[in-house]
Design a protein around this ligand. Structure first.
Ligand code: HEM
Length: 269
């Protein structure tokens, strides 16, 4: 069960860094005993690799670093052919449950997205973020850069090899599908929504500086929890209702539940 007191803190909504120490071995370890998560990743990577993986030349060393770490931690990487980059990305993306994004500081020290494998995005697309500095990656998120932009830049600049950090983002969705790439149709949460239709979508994120490349590995592990399950924790449900009702209209719109705000609060309280 997720730690709702951390994920839905008491008080009005605000963007927070929410970083705490993380554990790479724990994050890379398989959690799905059925194996379906990895099979689904392999299916998307086979069907439409151009949507779900990307690598700029500047990201090659980060792929090497991450593959070495994954092997060290026991991930079964299916290929050893160092010349076939596509095959190596598919192998890594089918061996690990979390999505991966690589960032590298440019000559001015600005961290830019240089590649990744993202099969389960929460309404974004890796290819649209490729080459962008982190501030532009966060461009569509209302108020985020004004509130946290400098803290995020400072955090990334100071991140040292060996440090591992973790944090969570949450969103709500009318679908329990893991893959919510922008190219896939999604139903908005509106005023008619019923509790059984709503899912909490958690992103457990990991941030670490890679040892050889100097890149940053950003891992994203999706967890999907029916809203009904949260309602059993009355306090947590109340706190989520308060977050939903106190965020700005722009943030509610970004989170795709603006027309459902009152309805969701009703369902939760
Ligand atoms: C380290 C500090 C970071 C913080 C505090 C942070 C915070 C956030 C927050 C609050 C959101 C909005 C999510 C929501 O509520 O729905 C967001 C979205 C996002 N973040 Fe971050 N983030 C961080 C680092 C990163 C990094 C390193 C990446 C790597 C590329 C990243 C990629 C994204 C993407 C792709 C989105 C979705 C943007 C969109 O909708 O187009 N974030 N982030």
């Amino acid at each position: 069960m997720p730690d709702w007191s951390r994920i839905f803190p008491a008080g009005d909504h605000r963007w927070t860094m929410g970083l705490r120490p993380g554990d790479l071995a724990d994050d890379f370890a398989p959690r799905d005993p059925t194996g379906e998560t990895l099979r689904e990743r392999a299916r998307w990577l086979a069907a439409e690799p151009e949507k779900y993986l990307a690598l700029l030349p500047a990201g090659r060393a980060s792929l090497d670093d991450t593959s070495a770490l994954a092997r060290l931690l026991g991930a079964p990487l299916a290929t050893n052919d160092p010349a076939d980059e596509r095959q190596r990305l598919v192998a890594l993306g089918s061996a690990l449950e979390p999505d991966l994004v690589w960032l590298l500081p440019d000559a001015a020290g600005v961290h830019r997205v240089v590649g990744g494998i993202v099969c389960f995005p929460s309404s974004w697309a890796l290819t649209e973020k490729l080459g962008l500095p982190i501030a532009d990656v966060h461009g569509p998120v209302p108020e985020l850069n004004a509130v946290l932009g400098r803290q995020i830049d400072t955090f990334l600049r100071k991140l040292a090899a060996g440090d591992v950090w973790t944090r969570e983002n949450w969103s709500l969705s009318r679908s329990a599908e893991r893959n919510q790439h922008t190219s896939r149709p999604r139903r908005a949460l509106d005023a008619d929504v019923t509790i059984a239709e709503v899912y909490i979508r958690l992103e457990h994120q990991l941030l670490l500086r890679l040892p050889t490349s100097g890149g940053v590995l950003f891992g994203i592990r999706i967890e999907i929890v029916p809203l009904e399950e949260l309602r059993q924790d009355r306090d947590a449900a109340q706190r989520l209702a308060r977050l939903i009702t106190t965020m700005s209209p722009e943030i509610a719109h970004y989170k795709n539940f603006a027309p459902a705000r009152e309805r969701l609060a009703q369902l939760l309280t």
